[in-house]
Ligand binder design. Structure first.
Ligand SMILES: *[C@@H]1O[C@H](CO)[C@@H](O)[C@H](O)[C@H]1NC(C)=O
Ligand SMILES: *[C@@H]1O[C@H](CO)[C@@H](O)[C@H](O)[C@H]1NC(C)=O
Ligand SMILES: *[C@@H]1O[C@H](CO)[C@@H](O)[C@H](O)[C@H]1NC(C)=O
Length: 267
């Protein structure tokens, strides 16, 4: 490779310009024309594809719904899902309708958390849930045999039913329900101590599985508090990012299906 001075007029010349100090040097060795063309073509193509990949990565942000779907099992109810973010209140002495001994209003409030119809599930849904379709699963009334619709319960309602069972059991064990009090439904599940205990244990286990499965790693902070002997108190007003529960209830009220199953539960 030989170096020649660059002409200030844009021409290469070894005859006119010989002063090395006045003109910067550039290489004159040039690859063959076809190799140069391939090089330009390949680098342009690479640059273009990098730009496209870059643009795609940074302009196409997946929605919260898309992200939630990716990390969740199949459901018929995704149209109902919306999110909200904020702190939930639950300090030790915080008062809500759901806390306290049974009253007609409290029993009704709990019932309204979970006592809803079932969810229809398509054949594609059954397959996505890895439940082989061999006639094992119950179809709803009016299901088309060519394109069956299966009956299901919604897991969040099952979870809330379970929490309600445990709540009732704690009050039952301390004598708060009375068979002669018609204003408050008596929890007949508990009359048979073995069956009642089994139902409650099933519910505790269900919630244990679900809490471990969702593995919530949100920080629960601690606040300074001069009124406490230890000088601090847990900040139970935990920050949450939640699915809008009301939207789930609204969906099932419109689209829910009747799914009776074995007696022994309230569904
Ligand atoms: C709960 O306790 C805190 C501090 O002890 C007090 O400031 C607050 O008013 C109490 N709230 C209720 C609902 O009793
Ligand atoms: C799907 O079901 C089959 C048969 O029960 C089982 O072997 C397989 O592990 C399941 N796959 C998943 C991802 O659950
Ligand atoms: C299905 O329809 C039959 C006849 O109308 C009715 O008796 C039954 O209760 C229905 N079952 C469900 C699950 O809705």
């Amino acid at each position: 490779m030989e170096y020649l001075p660059v002409s200030i007029h844009g021409k290469y010349s070894s005859e006119e310009n010989t002063d090395d100090e006045e003109y910067p040097m550039i290489p004159t060795a040039t690859p063959s024309k076809s190799r140069a063309n391939i090089f330009v073509y390949v680098s342009s193509a690479m640059l273009l594809s990098s730009i496209i990949i870059f643009a795609a990565a940074f302009t196409r942000v997946p929605s919260e719904l898309e992200c939630a779907k990716r990390v969740s099992p199949w459901s018929s109810m995704w149209d109902a899902i919306e999110f909200w973010e904020g702190d939930t209140k639950n300090s030790f002495n915080h008062s809500t309708i759901y806390r306290g001994p049974p009253t007609p209003e409290r029993e009704q409030a709990w019932d309204e958390l979970w006592h809803y119809p079932g969810m229809p599930v398509s054949a594609a849904g059954l397959a996505a849930l890895n439940k082989t379709n061999d006639g094992e699963h119950v179809q709803i009334n009016g299901s088309n045999p060519a394109a069956p619709t299966y009956g299901s319960l919604v897991q969040v309602f099952h979870q809330l039913h379970c929490l309600d069972m445990i709540r009732k059991y704690t009050w039952y064990l301390t004598g708060h329900y009375h068979q002669d009090d018609e204003s408050i439904e008596y929890p007949w599940d508990f009359v048979n101590p073995v069956a009642g205990r089994m139902h409650v244990d099933h519910c505790i286990e269900e919630l244990r599985i679900d809490l471990m499965c969702s593995g919530d790693i949100t920080p629960l902070l601690v606040k300074y508090d001069k009124n406490r002997a230890i000088g601090r108190v847990a900040d139970f007003d935990v920050h949450h990012k939640c699915r809008d529960f009301e939207k789930i209830v609204d969906w099932i009220k419109v689209n829910g299906v009747s799914v009776p199953f074995a007696p022994g539960t309230h569904h």
